[in-house]
Design a protein around this ligand. Sequence first.
Ligand code: SAM
Length: 337
Amino acid sequence: MTESLDLNRSWVADEVLSVLRCLACRGHLKECEGDLVCAGCGHKYPSVNGVVRFVDAQQYAGTFGFQWHVHARTQLDTKESQRSERAFRRRTGFCPEDLAGKLVLDAGCGMGRFADVATRWGAHVVGVDLSLAAEVAARNLAGREAKIFQADVFQLPFAPESFDFIYTIGVLHHTPDCERAFKMLPALLKPGGRIAIWLYSGYNNWYKMSDVYRKITRRMSPRLLHKLCYGVVPLYGIHQVLRKIPLVGRRASGALAYAIPMAFHPDRTWRVLDTFDWYSPWYQSKHTYEEVFRWFESCGLEDLRVIEQPIAVQGRRPLSPEANQPQGEKEMIQCAE
Ligand SMILES: C[S@@+](CC[C@H](N)C(=O)[O-])C[C@H]1O[C@@H](n2cnc3c(N)ncnc32)[C@H](O)[C@@H]1O
């Protein structure tokens, strides 16, 4: 298939091509008229709309494909607002000096808002997403040092020890098995490389009702659910009023938020997006530091750090197997904003 790769710009740079592997035989891939073809077994990975596909369906992630096409640029930073950059620091602990010039994997990149931040910091980013969000990310990142693929975190087309840094923000808890999804990633780090993950917190109770509603909302057509979210977010105004009422106001607002959980972002479009993002996913698990530390330690990661926004943890792959003893210290880090 001959495709214009305008969306993914300069095509697969040698750096990225050297770490890509065939899913079928783990052979090296080469470019062939815009597609990727395995030099070993000849398997072809077609480029469609400027994105090479390592999966042939979105599986359970179709609502995300819808969400990121509708809200393609809502969360991208602008000159006036760097919300995604601040969220990136709070959820990964990475700073510009960490990532500059490094090969970085964004696992579950969505429409690419965090890859946008990382490339601004000088990183060379490889983004993967199971859904058609990959097309949106490729468009948003055109002209950047970024290559986007549609691929599944459970079957990634990369050689072991490929990346200097890996981050995955708000993704693994949307897979059928969060722990197994996480455990696919550390082997892709170079020795000494760092991984950061951010997951929904299992310590809260406020989402109990939404877990009940989601059994229905995740079965709705994304278009209808999105319209419903527009109907719900005006409750924000009611919360604002309630909270001004002395003595009982905050309690009343809390009770309403418990009964109808929704996003509280000051920007209305973000509220709709975040509320849709909350009610639409097929899978949505919550996690504790205890279990996440266990996962990191069982993968031999060291120097574990709790990052600012729960549940965010960062760890490092040891330089050598011997360097893995004793387990790294756990500390709280907070990047300067
Ligand atoms: C809530 S969005 C987060 C996107 C992005 N990380 C962000 O924070 O803006 C979750 C993303 O994970 C992707 N995803 C879910 N399961 C995946 C899998 N098995 N492999 C790759 N991506 C996956 C979805 O398609 C979706 O775009």
